[in-house]
Design a protein around this ligand. Structure first.
Ligand code: PMM
Length: 294
């Protein structure tokens, strides 16, 4: 007699990535902030060589994807101008992509997405889902990566830039409302020509959400899965995690295990080793509850 519980929803994965990432396992995306003002790494990597070395370390530790960002999205952070963002990001993307590392570029600018894809990025991670730069959808649909397909586009729930996002936290039911807002953005991206098979949805933990609201969003996996798209979870070292008063990377890893067990496509984290162990646990449990990817 089977002891399996109710099957969990299917775990969709995007097209457009190398075959080695087409696994029935939650992927680990390592964070590489090339910024002097990142709260996470204190600007340690505001230097291409140091950033490249950190990217290689993330991969050696087991990251499947390296997410390169040149603009901090820390609450209150000022915007970085376009030339400076390009200067920070493109050489790092080029150097890591040249080593066959799967790179995602964390940018809200279509021009930076374009230059990064040209430099070898396979994924565009736009935390604003096309709201900050209305050319993003069209550009993502037009671009071709070195694999000959459009880049994967990660579309996150977002209400406004870092200087105002903490004032934009009114919801009736946060999980449902934020999923509905993201669904609208996804519809716009589709209208701009982005195909579903290249889209990933992200609930935007820490963006225009109070501590309590982040937990409510995470708890309502059905709302996140309602898009029918692969899901990326970015909880790493965010205030709602750090404020638990325990080791923030261990707490992040626990969220990674939960996310993997629910079928997340990937988790975005600063500390790869604890999360790698955690996602394997989540994967092992999910496979025993689900008949596999549909
Ligand atoms: N969080 C941050 C930056 N980029 N991208 C996605 N897709 N999802 C996130 O949750 C996310 C992101 C902010 O965190 P950091 O400044 O520590 O990188």
């Amino acid at each position: 007699m089977s002891t399996a519980g109710a099957p969990l929803p299917a775990r969709p994965v995007p097209d457009g990535l190398p075959q080695r990432l087409d696994r029935d396992e939650t992927l680990v995306m390592g964070v590489l902030n090339v910024t002097p003002d990142s709260f996470s790494d204190g600007g340690e990597h505001d230097d291409a060589d140091a950033a490249i070395a950190h990217g290689l370390r993330l991969v050696a530790e087991g990251a499947d994807i390296v997410d390169v960002g040149g603009e901090s999205t820390r609450p209150g952070a000022p915007r970085v101008d376009e030339d400076e963002e390009l200067r920070r990001v493109v050489p790092v993307v080029a150097a890591l992509a040249a080593q066959d590392i799967v790179i995602s570029v964390d940018t809200m600018r279509a021009s930076v997405a374009s230059a990064s894809v040209e430099a070898g990025a396979l994924i565009v991670n736009d935390v604003s889902a096309g709201r900050a730069d209305t050319d993003m959808g069209r550009e993502a649909a037009r671009l071709r990566t070195r694999l000959g397909t459009p880049p994967v586009l990660i579309a996150m729930h977002w209400r406004g830039h870092s200087d105002v996002m903490n004032d934009l936290t009114d919801y009736e039911v946060v999980a449902r409302d934020s999923a509905a807002e993201l669904a609208e953005r996804l519809a716009r991206l589709r209208e701009a020509g982005v195909e579903d098979r290249f889209l990933v949805a992200d609930p935007g933990l820490g963006f225009s959400k109070t501590g309590e609201q982040n937990w409510e969003v995470l708890a309502d996996w059905e709302a996140m899965a309602s898009h029918g798209l692969p899901i990326l979870i970015g909880a790493s070292r965010k205030r709602f995690v750090s404020s638990l008063g325990v080791d923030r990377d261990a707490a992040t890893a626990a969220i990674s295990a939960y996310s993997a067990e629910h079928g997340a496509w990937a988790v975005r984290v600063h500390a790869v080793p604890p999360t790698l162990a955690a996602v394997r646990v989540g994967d092992a449990l999910r496979r025993r509850r689900s008949p596999g990817r549909a």
